[in-house]
Write a protein that binds this ligand. Structure first.
Ligand SMILES: *Cc1c(COP(=O)(O)O)cnc(C)c1O
Length: 431
């Protein structure tokens, strides 16, 4: 390795924040030179098979020629222009496709530049709608524990109160109403008692609640939990009975990841507001969107314009790449791929069942989770995956994968093999 190379890495360690890190106590860091297909190439030439799809987003693999082509062509024509008072084809055509592919009735689209902002907009929509229809007392949200909705303050206020950094920002963060996370697993028999926490919350506080905010069927970064679609169906009914909107955060689950195009589809539920992001651009650009039904849009309109407008709203490069990514979902059908990944994750992670460190193993769609009894020590575990030639990044007690849909059987076997190998080396919990 050259000195110049070491210099920039030293600067990184001292001066640059990475997600959820400290510049005073940085962890291990692996410099990346390039990436193609399902492979991340490190500066030293080592290649890692990607099990994370760069946090759910790179569903078609890195450097897909069709996405690159869309990006290049759009850059030549129009890289950016403000969206206030001006419009362009890539954004409108993308909006049209989102309206067509999302659950029926979500007819209005707001483009944001990240998932967190899409969730802020979703919360604003719900508040502004309730205001618009005269329900001015509805200023709070009810949400389920173990959720994750982003890092900005509004989104953070509906994240899990224990793992979601609430204490650090206490006094500033709005206080929302938390109900028990659904206990019924997606494969278990439905038990109506599972809804009691939501019932009680709505009976007691329904009149002050603007919306129920949740990740449908799959709770992502807050715990990687899967729950019964029936819970979602029943929650939809209860929301309607109490004049409470349903806000679905499909930022992680959208575009096929959980085995249906959207996780709401698994329950046949149409939310009033829905946020998408992450895989929207196939991981090449940053873009998210919030969709709302006509009823919500009309209610919002009664009190005037929707009060949000990012500088880079509906960026032409991002919206053009997103259009190409949605094309690819059809041209290289996601459904059989996700189904194959699901069955290979099930068999590949089978060996983890019963290992001393393992509490649970679960798979849904192209998501595989090995839950441990105790949190991993990242500085210890991360290099073990890299040594085995795969990129898997656990958090807390969760070792999980959601690979690009294009991963083949052999590469996926290496990823699951590495997980089983690393997890088998971890000790049983201390008493
Ligand atoms: C990642 C994520 C977000 C936040 O998206 P960012 O683009 O990181 O701001 C919100 N909700 C869910 C469910 C997510 O997985």
């Amino acid at each position: 390795m050259s000195t110049a190379n070491d210099d920039w890495l030293a600067f990184d360690r001292k001066h640059v924040w990475h997600p959820y890190t400290s510049v005073t106590a940085p962890g291990p860091m692996f410099p990346v030179r390039s990436a193609h297909g399902v492979r991340i190439v490190l500066e030293d030439g080592r290649e890692l098979i990607d099990g994370m799809a760069s946090w759910w987003s790179v569903i078609h693999g890195y450097a897909h020629p069709k996405l690159l082509d869309a990006l290049h062509r759009q850059a030549d024509a129009l890289a950016h222009v403000m969206f206030g008072g001006l419009t362009h084809r890539p954004a409108v055509e993308l909006a049209q496709r989102l309206v067509e592919m999302t659950p029926d009735g979500l007819d209005h689209v707001f483009f944001a530049d990240s998932g967190s902002v899409a969730m802020e907009v979703a919360l604003k929509m719900a508040l502004q709608y309730q205001h618009g229809i005269g329900e001015t007392a509805r200023k709070r949200f009810v949400t389920i524990r173990r959720g994750y909705h982003g890092d900005t303050f509004g989104a953070m206020s509906v994240c899990d109160p224990d793992t979601g950094m609430h204490q650090l920002f206490d006094g500033f963060l709005p206080k929302q109403l938390f109900i028990d996370a659904p206990g019924c697993r997606s494969d278990a028999e439905w038990d109506d008692l599972d809804l009691s926490s939501l019932r009680v919350a709505l009976d007691e506080h329904g009149h002050e609640i603007a919306a129920l905010v949740l990740e449908p069927v799959v709770q992502g970064a807050g715990g990687m939990r899967f729950y019964a679609p029936e819970w979602l169906r029943q929650a939809r009914r209860l929301c309607d009975a109490h004049g409470v909107l349903l806000v679905a955060d499909e930022i992680a689950t959208g575009f096929g990841r959980s085995g249906t195009l959207f996780a709401c589809d698994r329950a046949g539920v149409v939310p009033d507001v829905m946020a998408v992001g992450k895989a929207l651009c196939g991981g090449m650009m940053t873009l998210a969107a919030t969709l709302a039904t006509g009823r919500v849009a009309e209610g919002i309109g009664r009190v005037g314009p929707l009060m949000h407008g990012p500088t880079f709203m509906a960026n032409p490069l991002a919206t053009a790449v997103a259009g190409a990514s949605l094309d690819l979902l059809h041209e290289e059908p996601w459904e059989p791929r996700v189904a194959r990944i699901e069955s290979e994750l099930r068999s590949g992670l089978q060996a983890c069942h019963g290992m001393p460190a393992v509490a649970d193993v679960r798979v849904l769609g192209a998501i595989g989770v090995v839950e441990l009894h105790e949190p991993v020590v990242m500085a210890d575990v991360q290099p073990r995956f890299v040594d085995r030639g795969v990129w898997v990044r656990p958090f807390g007690e969760l070792v999980y994968v959601m690979p690009p849909y294009v991963i083949d059987t052999e590469d996926l076997a290496r990823v699951t093999g590495a997980i089983c190998g690393v997890v088998s080396e971890l000790p049983a919990p201390r008493g």
